[in-house]
Design a protein around this ligand. Structure first.
Ligand code: HEC
Length: 140
């Protein structure tokens, strides 16, 4: 059977070749959500309410993260995830991208950042995806 490059076949081939890109971004967002909630990784839920998690299992030290992707742009989210204190002086949010060298940091963590660049990028992708629902314009 001869294969013909019909427009439908070409469109299908194009759709298949583009798919990995979309899957990769979705997978990155899912990865970010998992890393944020994971006590062995971001553990963000000890201070923040994470959308999609039980409200009783969440911290209230920081603002709830629902809708944060509408409030803050990517550059701000990246800066926060690298060194929250550089952006918000005096913040108690951990400096996830800065090597830990303080005397009380346990030996195994000395000189290590809490999260790797790829882990931080995944969390930023997840934060960016947390858009606020569009509000109807109030009357008056
Ligand atoms: C020890 C508590 C703590 C932890 C853990 C923590 N944060 Fe925060 N975070 C804060 C506080 C407090 C603020 C409010 C701003 C400030 O005072 O620093 C904040 C602010 C933020 C903001 C800005 C929110 C806004 O609406 O302005 C984002 C985004 C954020 N945190 C994401 C995260 C993510 C993602 C993690 C986990 C990787 C995390 N935080 C872990 C305490 C924490």
């Amino acid at each position: 059977m001869a294969l013909k490059a019909t427009p439908a076949a070409l469109a299908l081939a194009l759709a298949i070749s583009l798919e990995p890109l979309a899957v990769t971004e979705d997978a990155r967002i899912a990865d970010g959500a998992r890393l944020a909630a994971d006590p062995q990784a971001g553990d963000c839920g000890i201070c923040h309410h994470l959308p999609g998690h039980d409200a009783r299992d969440q911290g209230t030290v920081g603002p709830p993260l629902a809708g944060v992707g509408s409030r803050l742009d990517r550059a701000t989210l990246e800066a926060l995830m690298t060194d929250a204190r550089a952006l918000r002086p005096g913040s108690i949010m951990p400096r996830y991208g800065v090597s830990a060298t303080a005397p009380r940091v346990p030996g195994v963590l000395q000189g290590e950042a809490l999260l790797s660049p790829s882990e931080r990028a995944a969390i930023v992708a997840w934060l960016e995806s947390l858009k606020a629902p569009t509000q109807a314009t109030p009357h008056g």
